[in-house]
Design a protein. Structure first.
Length: 403
């Protein structure tokens, strides 16, 4: 059985020399200027979240100061060295740093497994071998590429938001050793459990150094998992996934129609966004047959569907119209089978009571669209509900134009 001890750890913080007045001055500047783009709670809006785990332009003290001072090219982030003195810029940086929680400046190094075979994982042994690879992880969450085959060494700054007693828990898989401020606080060995031990941590608010060594059998994806628990408060998951390829982007109309599955506030989660070549966007719910929204001259501001990336979900930009197709009623529920595009047409294939049915949404003119229902077999008790009773129908083969 593991023994849990309380270990008092001194604060290893870059904030030890930062006065409360400096942080307060930084907060004043933030409320004057920065909140417009980054939100009053720092969780992002037009600009990115400043307290999440993802830092595209660097999360170190120097990197944050550089972003504030020099601005970010091709964005709305201006070079504020033209407006504020250096002391004020540093105060703003220190205010932002004071709001961080979790790991920052995370670095992953890989070492040959042979060097640790039959030996206990330790920082001392780490010093006697060259690394195979080193890389910064800008997501600041632990993840491994598939088929990872090495001993992992993860180093990071651990930001603690408040004084308290903390406990680190790891999944019992392979071998793991974790050090905080240079002292081993947990060791786990799946095959030699006599080596296992762990300690509770009495941590003060500020920045601490965390270092993790981990080794497990190579498989498609490693099973390592780590959580930091604050006694009586909650927990902080140290795991995550890569954001590579998931940068925010705008989805715009092209000569070929697009079907996008993206959560939009106010729309049903399973709604399909059909963006047509004439820039008309039709939000179609394939499970109800309802058009939940229509926008003209539209595009989608697509933010990654990743935890804490931004305060705003994906947004539809354009001129909203009143949707008039209210849905499909039937004796049986509608089941979505697939969707695809052909030229300017989005084709949504469904099954209603075992009967195949298609909805084809295509562009019409400069600002209109057409919805066509196609079914080879009669669907019992089928009824198309439209805001205009004259356009309602009880046949599954129909065409309705929206101008």
């Amino acid at each position: 059985m593991n023994k849990f001890l309380t270990l008092g750890l001194a604060l290893a913080s870059t904030f030890s020399s930062v006065s409360a007045d400096t942080v307060q001055r930084g907060e004043e500047i933030y409320k004057q200027v920065c909140h417009i783009c980054h939100a009053p709670d720092l969780k992002g809006g037009i600009g990115p979240n400043l307290i999440d785990d993802f830092w595209k332009h660097g999360d170190s003290s120097d990197a944050i100061l550089h972003s504030i001072s020099e601005g970010i090219a091709n964005t709305e982030m201006a070079p504020y060295k033209q407006l504020f003195k250096e002391g004020d810029l540093k105060a703003l940086r220190d205010f932002i740093l004071s709001k961080q929680k979790g790991m920052r400046s995370l670095n992953l190094s890989s070492y040959p497994k042979s060097h640790f075979k039959g030996k206990k994982l330790s920082l001392e042994r780490l010093k006697t071998v060259e690394s195979l690879e080193q890389k910064n992880i800008k997501e600041n969450l632990i993840y491994f590429k598939n088929r990872y085959d090495a001993v992992a060494n993860l180093k990071a700054d651990l930001y603690i938001a408040e004084d308290g007693v903390y406990e680190l828990r790891l999944r019992q898989v392979g071998r793991s050793a974790v050090f905080i401020n240079g002292e081993e606080v947990i060791y786990q060995d799946e095959k030699n459990k006599s080596l296992n031990h762990s300690k509770k941590l009495s941590l003060k608010k500020g920045v601490h150094k965390i270092e993790i060594l981990h080794d497990e059998k190579m498989q498609h994806s490693l099973r390592f998992h780590a959580v930091l628990i604050q006694e009586g408060k909650g927990h902080l998951t140290l795991m995550g996934r890569s954001l590579e390829g998931s940068e925010p982007k705008m989805v715009r109309a092209e000569p070929k129609a697009k079907v996008i599955r993206k959560y939009i506030h106010g729309l049903s989660p399973r709604t399909l966004l059909c963006l047509l070549p004439n820039k008309v966007l039709v939000a179609y719910n394939p499970y109800s047959g309802k058009v939940e929204g229509v926008w003209l001259n539209s595009y989608i501001d697509q933010t990654p569907s990743l935890n804490a990336r931004s305060a705003l979900p994906s947004l539809i930009k354009g001129k909203a119209q009143n949707p008039t197709l209210l849905g499909i009623e039937s004796q049986h529920p509608i089941k979505l089978l697939s969707y695809q595009v052909e030229n300017d047409c989005a084709i949504i294939s469904t099954s209603i009571g075992g009967k195949s049915h298609q909805i084809r949404i295509s562009s019409k003119g400069d600002s209109g669209f057409s919805i066509k229902g196609v079914g080879e077999e009669k669907i019992p008790n089928f009824k198309l509900i439209h805001q205009d009773p004259k356009l309602a129908t009880e046949t599954s083969n129909f065409t309705i134009d929206f101008n």
